[in-house]
Design a protein around this ligand. Structure first.
Ligand code: PMP
Length: 438
């Protein structure tokens, strides 16, 4: 057996014994070992311990926006770590990368979103917005405003608040006690929000939270006027509007932030993932100027919310370099253009393959629906994902809520040739499953 096979086997055994994986099937791990053990990344490609190369059609977890293997980010991390790896941001202590990143975010976020609270990731960012929203209404003398409304098919993370806000029920059913005061409305209907607000009573509602494009729930794109109507409902009833840009931020949809497609500005915006392209763990919440003005005026004593790693100097230094690369390399423009190519490819497959239903995309977030039901079969997208992985493409299947959908979000650096490879592998994988099941 070759040296690399021996190492791969040893790692697989250790993985099965000692590693409880996030969002994974334990049964699958125990029967088959880890799906891949990755060792290298370069551009849109990942390579595993056996030397197999795959297109990372998901930017891993929708997050590696500038692609793999960017030495500049390693350099930025090393320089900052060597200078100041960590210092606290509690008790008004501060550090230069956190300050500069907060200022940069004020510059690139829409409207009057100007002040940032940092977290280590997207779940913490979501929990932060729910707590800040409720705290805000306490300060405003309206403590009864505490309900948080989110949308069906939404995903906001796995911290207790974020799980409670998540509209995909299986994530909530994972545990048997959730945070109270969370409600769910239809995902693409502002009328459904208005009805919920009126039924529950606006005096009891703190905030509404939505992803500009729903990601993990199957890439659902809102109709053109949806967010304008949502903003109006929130304004009519004094409800804070929160956007969760954890996936849609930093160029993913062909604009810097997803909500920019809809011409409205939220009161708070969650971000994570693409802020560092996954090279360091960072997230946060950007607050509107008017909210921060109210906090400045009304807050007394200590704001009792903060994570050890809020404003982590190394993570913030990496984010600054990452944003610089996104800007210098026109990656947002590229996401828009390559997104159009990707969608063209999906439409071509739709014409070729019986199994394919609706296809959609915005920038480099895309979805291909598989019509297993039409053909009287169980969900087939998981099998297509396995076949695609064999053929050299990583994508993801969404089977919640009776969906049978493939989702995609390749790095923003992807070029036309790489899109073509992605589309060809996807086509051939769907064809292979059609041959087996139709
Ligand atoms: N919000 C959205 C929209 C997400 O897609 C995710 C992660 N997929 C999260 C929040 C949670 O982020 P994290 O996993 O970094 O906690």
């Amino acid at each position: 057996m070759s040296e690399s096979k021996i190492v791969a086997q040893e790692l697989a055994e250790l993985d099965k014994k000692h590693f409880l994986h996030p969002t994974s099937s334990i049964q699958q791990q125990q029967e088959q070992g880890p799906g891949f053990i990755f060792t290298k990344g370069e551009g849109v490609y990942l390579e595993d311990v056996s030397g197999k190369k795959l297109i990372d059609g998901m930017s891993s977890l929708w997050n590696v926006n500038i692609g793999h293997g960017r030495k500049e980010l390693g350099q930025a991390a090393m320089e900052q770590m060597n200078k100041l790896a960590f210092s606290s941001c509690f008790a008004t202590f501060s550090n230069e990368p956190a300050i500069r990143l907060a200022a940069k975010l004020a510059e690139i976020t829409p409207g009057n979103l100007n002040t940032t609270f940092f977290t280590s990731g997207g779940s913490e960012a979501n929990d932060t917005t729910y707590k800040l929203a409720r705290h805000y209404w306490i300060l405003k003398g309206r403590p009864e405003k505490k309900k948080i409304i989110s949308r069906k098919r939404s995903y906001h993370g796995v911290a207790m608040g974020a799980t409670s806000a998540t509209g995909l029920k299986p994530f909530r059913d994972f545990t048997n006690s959730l945070a109270p005061d969370f409600y769910y409305v239809d995902n693409l209907s502002a009328q459904s929000l208005r009805e919920m607000v009126e039924a529950e009573g606006p005096e009891s509602i703190a905030a509404f939270v939505a992803e500009p494009v729903q990601g993990a729930g199957g890439v659902h794109i809102a109709p053109e006027n949806y967010f304008k109507e949502v903003r109006k409902v929130c304004d009519d009833y004094d409800i804070l509007f929160i956007t969760d840009e954890v996936i849609t931020g930093f160029g993913r949809t062909g604009k810097t932030f997803g909500i920019e497609h809809y011409g409205v500005v939220p009161d708070m915006m969650c971000f994570a993932k693409g802020v560092t392209s996954g090279y360091a763990q960072l997230g946060g919440v950007v607050l509107s100027e008017s909210m921060f003005e109210d906090f400045k005026e009304l807050s007394v004593g200590t704001l009792l919310h903060g994570y050890t790693y809020s404003g982590h100097p190394m993570a913030c230094a990496v984010a600054l370099k990452n944003i610089e690369i996104i800007e210098n390399e026109n990656l947002i423009e590229n996401a828009k253009n390559m997104g159009e190519e990707l969608l063209k490819g999906f439409k071509w497959i739709q014409g070729e393959r019986k199994l394919v239903g609706d296809v959609r995309g915005l920038g480099l977030m895309g979805a291909v629906e598989i019509e297993s039901k039409v053909h009287g079969k169980g969900p087939l997208s998981p099998m297509i994902v396995n076949e695609a992985a064999k053929q050299g493409l990583i994508c993801r299947s969404v089977v919640f809520d009776d969906m049978d959908t493939l989702v995609f979000s390749p790095p923003l650096t992807i070029n036309k040739q790489e899109i073509e490879s992605l589309i060809n592998i996807l086509h051939d994988s769907i064809y292979a499953i059609e041959q087996k099941f139709l």
